[in-house]
Design a protein around this ligand. Sequence first.
Ligand code: ZN
Length: 349
Amino acid sequence: MLIVYRYRVKSLTGLLSKQARAVNFVFNYCNDRQKDALRFGRRWLTGFDLNKLTTGSSKELGVHCGTVNAVCEQYAKSRSQKKRAFLRYRSHKKSLGWVPMKGRDVKETPCGLHFHGREFKVFKSRPLPAGAKIKDGTNFAQDARGNWFLNVCIEVPEGQVRAIRNGVGIDLGLKDFATLSNGEKIGNPRHLRRLEETLASAQRAGKKRLATNVHAKIVNSRRDFLHKLSTRMVREFDYIAVGDVSSARLARTTMAKSVLDASWSSLRQMLAYKAIAHGASYEEVNEAWSTQTCNACGVVAGPKGRAGLNERNWTCGCGAEQDRDVNAARNILLRGSGHGTPAEGIPIL
Ligand SMILES: [Zn+2]
């Protein structure tokens, strides 16, 4: 399994910015050649073809030849992934800096990375796993604030799949960020809320610099929150089921829907890869009707539609008293493959 270690770069950032210009140049060259192929009805260029066309250009451009190759290959890959005949040009002003590398060209050093005859120093927040093999896809990338980061792509062995002794269903929602089937509620971090208010007022006042900085802070602390939550889940539970919620299906909210969607999908991604690394099992289940169905008797009797959104608690005909979100989380767990009937709880497989 491939995972990425991310470090802030603290030296030679000027050099990286210079190299990023060369990378854009190569990328745009690939785009031009692709447009030529379209114009003259020729065969579309593969990464291999583009590598041949750019052979020998690295010295003049002042970048490593592996970088040129990685750009060409990524161009061809992005083009087919995005299903486009050609891509948008990279501009130095609008695109964030990016310098890809080949895994074979880099070496880890105690305080950073050796690449292209130089040592790039980073803030080493954690060491790479001992004996880790650095793979292609490793790159330097800039964020919106202009800071450079090193993303090291490494191969790690998959954890042995644990026997399922306990499981959890997670209902992602608006009021609480997540509700677990064991009744625990995980709220949205309060400081995030405060930062969002600061961001909104900065945007209204047209303070661009402040808005960019606060936005970056929000992205960082949300990522931190999701990392901590997902790590805790895969450590505590052997089986994790999450509903396939998307904001499109939810009623009106005051929060930006794109933000919700982004958090939900990145939590699901983190759970998926951390589950593999820790040997837990992860599943995404269809959560249609999970709110309305009683998890004790299976009758559809719960609150319906928008009117029911304010109904936090309800009593089923069978006598079960339900908390709306906990009930949904239990249903999600029941629908996954790692469950038994409600009365049995989670069987040992
Ligand atoms: Zn019931």
